[in-house]
Design a protein around this ligand. Structure first.
Ligand code: FES
Length: 199
């Protein structure tokens, strides 16, 4: 398949994804993200691990919640979204996740995740802490004419790909952080615990 064909295919897939998200969003305010339930008051105080139910997240959709006063985002990536990751190596500041502070060792891989389908991020921009927007659309954007989808911080125009890896030449210098997390079961993800804690 030509590169064009691939790109068109991806575009079609993402368009379909957006449509599904839009339809699902009838009860979810037609936004590309949904809000998780809030942690209990006790969990907020002690910074306890927080469970997230993955079931409501549609492909392409971002679930947002809170952990230790930070905004957590869980993005359910489509196969088309995952296909973009190897294409951006040359545009990224730390494409191989070599900065150890920005993810646990088990997320220092190409998808920056335990399971590639679910990306888990601390959503605070590594520049000055704003919350970047999920911009999943593929194609020319006011801030990038070759945009393949990712996160865009409107405060000072930092850009991150669909694994939270920062672009070179923007104010933010570090990839978005991946917090410690584990899968309690196929549908439940716990932020704040490492996998060995479940062993
Ligand atoms: S806070 Fe995101 S670019 Fe400055």
């Amino acid at each position: 398949m030509s590169e064009n064909g691939v790109n068109k295919g991806r575009r079609r897939l993402l368009t379909a994804t957006t449509a599904v998200v839009g339809a699902a969003g009838a009860g979810l305010a037609a936004l590309p993200f949904i809000q998780s339930w809030q942690p209990s008051a006790k969990a907020k105080v002690v910074g306890a691990p927080v469970e997230f139910n993955l079931e409501p997240i549609e492909p392409g959709q971002l679930l947002k919640g809170q952990w230790r006063g930070k905004t957590i985002g869980i993005l359910r990536r489509t196969p088309a979204m995952l296909e973009t990751l190897p294409e951006l190596q040359d545009k990224l500041r730390d494409p191989d996740s070599s900065e150890a502070t920005q993810q646990p060792a088990y997320a220092a891989n190409e998808s920056r995740a335990i399971k590639p389908e679910y990306l888990v991020l601390v959503m605070n921009c590594t520049h000055l802490g704003c919350v970047p927007e999920l911009r999943p659309e593929v194609g020319a954007q006011p801030f990038d004419e070759d945009w393949l989808g990712g996160f865009y911080c409107p405060c000072h125009k930092s850009k991150f790909d669909l694994a939270g890896r920062v672009y070179a030449g923007v104010p933010a210098q570090l990839n978005l952080q991946v917090p410690p997390y584990l899968y309690k079961d196929d549908r439940t993800l716990v932020v704040g615990l490492d996998p060995q804690a479940a062993a």
